[in-house]
Design a protein around this ligand. Structure first.
Ligand SMILES: *[C@@H]1O[C@H](CO)[C@@H](O)[C@H](O)[C@H]1NC(C)=O
Ligand SMILES: *[C@@H]1O[C@H](CO)[C@@H](O)[C@H](O)[C@H]1NC(C)=O
Ligand SMILES: *[C@@H]1O[C@H](CO)[C@@H](O)[C@H](O)[C@H]1NC(C)=O
Ligand SMILES: *[C@@H]1O[C@H](CO)[C@@H](O)[C@H](O)[C@H]1NC(C)=O
Ligand SMILES: *[C@@H]1O[C@H](CO)[C@@H](O)[C@H](O)[C@H]1NC(C)=O
Ligand SMILES: *[C@@H]1O[C@H](CO)[C@@H](O)[C@H](O)[C@H]1NC(C)=O
Ligand SMILES: *[C@@H]1O[C@H](CO)[C@@H](O)[C@H](O)[C@H]1NC(C)=O
Length: 639
């Protein structure tokens, strides 16, 4: 008996399944079929192979299509720009134009053709009337143009609108404010202009709002604080002005807020009382025109992890309540007008990894409590009113410090030896614009992880120690404006990481004439040796610096002819050889320097006709003046 009952049950289930299956395998709705067929014919390229398999009349069984199992209508087009195969996610690409006939699919709930990079066309004007059931419209990372149609406001079931990373333009339609169910609105990285419609603040279910990298202007909507469920707000990289609305304090769910790179003015109005913005962890307000003091109440933002306030006009002291931000790992305050001393409480920030205070008006001395910053990796105190006179020893004892910027801190005397024994290897060291004297120490060669060294604008007066060749990872070397002398050969023959060398304004005598030919890769892009005492010949081996973009050898005593090999420096955009004693003619090969934007050959002993043609003829006469006998365009014709 029991067995029989079970059998009947199984049979019924099979029957039901079979029936549903047969609906699906039937010819699909003619409107859906026509819409999908037009969509497919608009696509000229699809490397995922999905569309290729769309054949026959049973469109509900096509890959990426889902239908309602009772009405048989298409409800979903899921063709995201990636496919998952054996646990791997593979990027795919589709090229072609988005067919307006997609609006025939009147039961559509999900349209996801995002991340294809190659879909052009625009969003169908009638989308609001035609697809009233749409819940997700996902078209990001394509090349769509045109505006968002006003009719979008009719899509009352819409929960996600992801149109970011396209070439869409026009203003954001105010009708968007009617989309009561919208949770995610992504319009970033397009070319939208006009104001942010106030109606956006009526989207009371919104969780993510990202409008960054457009050309939006006007103010941030006054009632933005009404978005009680909003967790992520990104309005950065626009043209927004005016004050930050007071209502921002009311965003109780907010965790990420990026308003940076706009023209916002006035004071930071939040938090106005304790307990506000309890979840705010990531705040960026940098690169605006904010004024006034940093609110002393900032210490109430207990979830703060990354805080960027740099490049504004903030003034006053750094609030001592910052010490309460116990989760803070990155703090950027550089480029303001902050004054006073660094508060002692800063020593409580045990998770702090990054602290930038450069270009403010902060005074010394540094609080000894800073030695408690046990996790700090980057410390930038450059260009303040610190007057340190010497580098405090505790700085060199911070266990994780690897990037130290102390430019313009009035440090005097020799480069302190304790810098060679830091617990973490130093990667970036900037002691420029100080009053350092004595020599460049040999122990610098022991800083085996050094990537960037800036000792420019001091009074160092030695040769460059040979040990510099040990710095295998050195990428940036700036020693300009010192009193260094001797040969620069070791620097020029250093490994392939070195991309930036500035040795200008010193007393270097030799080295350039000795560079050997080499098959090795040299990645130097910027080389400035101007204002030295370099003499002799510029060798053809200069041609091995194939990546050079800027070469400045001006104001030296270089002589003999200009090497033909300069013609092979095809990335060169700046070439300054003025004020030397170069002789002979300008090699014809200079005509191959297609990228050259700046040329100065003035005040040498060059003769003959300037090679005819671009780019040489485009430079002003001043680029060639003061030579012995140059002629031809742009100078006077040759006799
Ligand atoms: C039809 O679809 C609904 C949800 O879309 C599902 O719950 C139901 O089990 C399906 N019915 C059949 C017979 O497949
Ligand atoms: C963006 O739109 C402006 C007009 O609002 C136009 O001048 C500009 O060329 C557009 N930029 C791009 C990259 O389409
Ligand atoms: C914050 O919200 C409260 C309660 O919803 C409201 O009374 C107040 O006016 C709001 N503040 C601002 C500045 O909008
Ligand atoms: C080195 O520091 C000086 C200021 O002291 C600055 O002007 C220069 O750009 C820095 N060099 C590099 C490569 O950043
Ligand atoms: C110290 O260096 C600064 C910046 O380079 C300079 O303005 C100042 O005159 C120097 N002071 C002394 C005493 O050399
Ligand atoms: C630089 O060194 C030379 C000697 O090599 C010395 O005569 C000169 O006074 C020094 N200049 C400075 C500014 O220290
Ligand atoms: C090279 O250095 C000199 C002196 O420091 C400076 O005036 C010049 O602008 C620099 N050249 C380039 C191309 O940056």
């Amino acid at each position: 008996m029991a067995f029989q009952f079970l059998w009947v049950l199984v049979f019924t289930v099979l029957l039901a399944f079979g029936k549903a299956n047969s609906i699906l395998s039937e010819v699909c709705n003619p409107d859906d079929l026509q819409g999908l067929t037009s969509f497919k014919s608009g696509i000229s390229y699809d490397n995922s192979g999905r569309l290729e398999k769309w054949a026959g009349l049973s469109c509900c069984q096509w890959e990426g299509i889902s239908c309602d199992n009772t009405t048989g209508r298409v409800t979903q087009i899921n063709l995201p720009g990636f496919i998952t195969q054996e646990g791997l996610v593979l990027q795919t690409q589709m090229q072609g134009s988005l067919s307006p006939s997609l609006t025939l699919l009147s039961s559509l709930q999900v349209l996801d053709i995002g991340g294809q990079f190659g879909l052009s066309g625009s969003i169908p004007t009638s989308i609001g009337q035609s697809l009233p059931n749409l819940q997700k419209l996902i078209l990001y990372s394509n090349i769509l143009t045109g505006p968002i149609p006003e009719s979008i406001g009719k899509l009352s079931k819409l929960e996600e609108l992801a149109l970011h990373e396209n070439h869409l333009s026009g203003s954001i339609p105010p009708s968007l404010g009617g989309l009561k169910n919208l949770k995610r609105l992504f319009l970033h990285t397009n070319n939208f202009s006009g104001v942010i419609p106030g109606g956006v603040t009526k989207l009371t279910n919104l969780v993510q709002l990202d409008l960054h990298a457009n050309s939006l202007s006007g103010n941030i909507p006054e009632k933005i604080g009404d978005l009680q469920t909003l967790k992520e707000l990104d309005l950065s990289e626009n043209l927004l002005g005016g004050n930050i609305p007071n209502s921002i304090s009311n965003l109780t769910s907010i965790s990420v807020m990026y308003l940076d790179q706009n023209s916002l003015e006035g004071p930071i109005p939040f938090p106005s009382s304790p307990g506000q913005l309890p979840l705010l962890g990531f705040l960026r307000l940098q690169n605006n025109h904010l004024t006034g003091k940093i609110p002393p109440t900032f210490g109430n933002l207990v979830s703060m992890e990354r805080l960027s306030l740099e490049n504004n006009k903030l003034e006053g002291e750094i609030p001592s309540s910052f010490g309460d931000l116990s989760s803070l790992s990155e703090l950027y305050l550089h480029g303001n007008q902050l004054s006073g001393q660094i508060p002692e409480s800063i020593g409580q920030l045990s998770k702090l990894i990054m602290l930038t205070l450069s270009n403010n008006l902060i005074e010394g001395p540094l609080p000894p409590q800073m030695s408690s910053l046990q996790n700090i990796q980057t410390l930038d105190l450059s260009f303040n009113s610190l007057k340190l006179f010497s580098i405090p020893k505790w700085i060199a004892e911070l266990p994780f410090l690897s990037r130290l910027y102390l430019a313009g801190c009035r440090i005097e005397g020799k480069i302190p030896e304790f810098l060679q024994n830091t617990p973490s290897p130093i990667q970036e060291l900037d002691l420029s614009s100080n009053n350092l004297t004595g020599s460049m120490p040999t122990w610098l060669g022991k800083l085996s992880r050094l990537y960037s060294l800036n000792l420019s604008r001091n009074s160092l007066d030695s040769e460059i120690p040979d040990s510099i060749s040990n710095l295998k990872y050195l990428g940036v070397l700036d020693l300009h404006s010192n009193n260094l002398s001797g040969s620069i050969r070791r620097v020029l023959e250093m490994g392939s990481y070195l991309t930036y060398i500035d040795l200008s304004n010193n007393n270097f005598l030799s080295g350039i004439e000795e560079i050997a030919d080499s098959e090795e890769d040299f990645e130097i892009r910027f080389l400035n040796l101007s204002n030295n005492l370099l003499q002799g010949k510029l060798p053809n081996s200069i041609g091995r610096f194939k990546s050079l973009q800027s070469l400045d050898l001006s104001s030296n005593r270089l002589s003999f002819g200009l090497p033909d090999a300069i013609a092979s420096l095809s990335s060169l955009n700046t070439l300054k050889l003025q004020k030397n004693r170069f002789t002979g003619e300008i090699p014809d090969g200079f005509l191959e320097l297609r990228k050259l934007k700046e040329l100065d050959l003035s005040d040498n002993l060059l003769v003959g006709e300037i090679p005819k043609g671009k780019p040489l003829s485009d430079f002003p006469a001043t680029s060639y003046k003061g030579n012995k006998g140059l002629c031809g365009k742009p100078l006077k014709p040759c006799m």
